[in-house]
Design a protein around this ligand. Structure first.
Ligand code: SAM
Ligand code: SF4
Length: 338
């Protein structure tokens, strides 16, 4: 087991495979123009698989493929198959669902069993206001098809923004139940990219639960959270939901996550401003032993607890300025994978 300086074991890798996206969610990509990663700089499937294989030998248990929108990466099922062959049993994917209907069968055939789809509303006008693209029906039809395909795990993720979709939680929970998915409500975070973030737009875990108790009678916490970002609750109707309270109840003390940007920068925290240039190491001819030693050293010196540190900031507003984001796209949420 590989431990960091706070005694946290490496467990999960969030693997961003592209920074491109076909939606423009206002809490993630609110700007009209972006600086994109250069295509030749993206890690190849072989490079990604090599990193995963070396981390697997250090105790890595789970890989979550993300982006940007991961389904925009060409031949993604091929990567899923390669990661499986590298011994990664727990493989998950987070997608906005727009391309799901076309790709779900190939992903499942390649071995993907865990799927999380972001869905912020089932009211067309609210969905479009948040995503800045009128794609609700495409996402819903993708979701209905995957709900029939027998995935081992199907989850929905909803970022709750005050005054936009905060009246939709009961309706979204019922929808999740109807397709056999577990829904998780996420507090709006002041991460890089969230240039429109304001403290009063955050709907807290307490407010989320109050609404669910009104709708379903009760919401009782479940034990056994481990290093999962969501605290799970059982509702009065028996359904289980999660709340990711990164702003009001940060869970850095249990965080087991390492992140890799699509162009090979390894990050120890969602809020980290710098990371390890893994692409340079991989393309510079380092052998497996050298890469592995560097990975071990990197995790071992980790002290990051970005969300906890943010709670100590007095007048809290956006985390990084637009100028900083333009100069360094790796600070963007859509580049580091959420
Ligand atoms: N495009 C895919 C999607 O939307 O599911 C994967 C990448 S997205 C960056 C991963 C997750 O980050 C999504 O669930 C999204 O809702 C979440 N996210 C993005 N910006 C956020 C913010 N400011 N606060 C909280 N969650 C955020
Ligand atoms: Fe795209 Fe996902 Fe960001 Fe929305 S949250 S803009 S779908 S990367």
């Amino acid at each position: 087991m590989l431990l960091d300086r706070r005694g946290r074991a490496l467990g999960t890798l969030r693997l961003s495979v592209t920074d491109r996206c076909n939606l423009r969610c206002t809490y993630c990509m609110p700007e009209a123009h972006y600086t994109w990663l250069e295509k030749p700089h993206l890690l190849s499937f072989e490079e990604l698989t090599r990193v995963v294989r070396l981390l697997r030998a250090q105790g890595l248990e789970k890989v979550r493929i993300t982006g940007g929108e991961p389904l925009l990466r060409q031949e993604l099922p091929k990567l899923v198959g390669m990661l499986q062959q590298a011994g990664m049993e727990q493989l998950a994917l987070t997608s906005n669902g727009v391309l799901l209907e076309k790709q779900a069968a190939a992903l499942q055939a390649a071995g993907l069993e865990r799927l999380t789809v972001s869905l912020d509303s089932i009211r067309p006008e609210v969905f479009t206001r948040l995503a800045q693209r009128a794609e609700l029906q495409t996402v819903l039809s993708g979701l209905r098809s995957v709900s029939q395909m027998g995935f081992q795990e199907l989850k929905l993720d909803t970022v709750v923004v005050r005054g936009v979709n905060d009246a939709d939680l009961v309706e979204l929970t019922r929808f999740a139940g109807s397709i056999g998915a577990e829904i998780r409500f996420i507090e709006y975070m002041d991460v890089g990219g969230a240039t429109r973030w304001q403290p009063d737009l955050v709907v807290s875990q307490e407010e989320i639960l109050a609404q669910l108790r009104t709708g379903f009678g009760s919401a009782e916490p479940l034990a056994g959270r481990g290093s999962a970002p969501a605290q799970r609750f059982r509702l009065g109707n028996g359904q289980v939901v999660g709340v990711v309270a990164s702003v009001t109840h940060p869970f850095c003390g249990d965080c087991d996550r390492l992140r890799l940007t699509a162009d090979g920068q390894l990050l120890l925290c969602l809020y980290a401003k710098t990371g390890l240039d893994l692409r340079g190491l991989l393309r510079g001819g380092a052998d497996d032993r050298q890469v592995s030693d560097r990975l071990v050293e990197f995790w071992s010196q980790r002290q990051d607890q970005g969300a906890v540190d943010r709670t100590r900031v007095g007048q809290r507003s956006g985390y990084v300025s637009l100028e900083e984001l333009r100069a360094n796209p790796r600070l963007e949420m859509h580049t580091r994978g959420g």
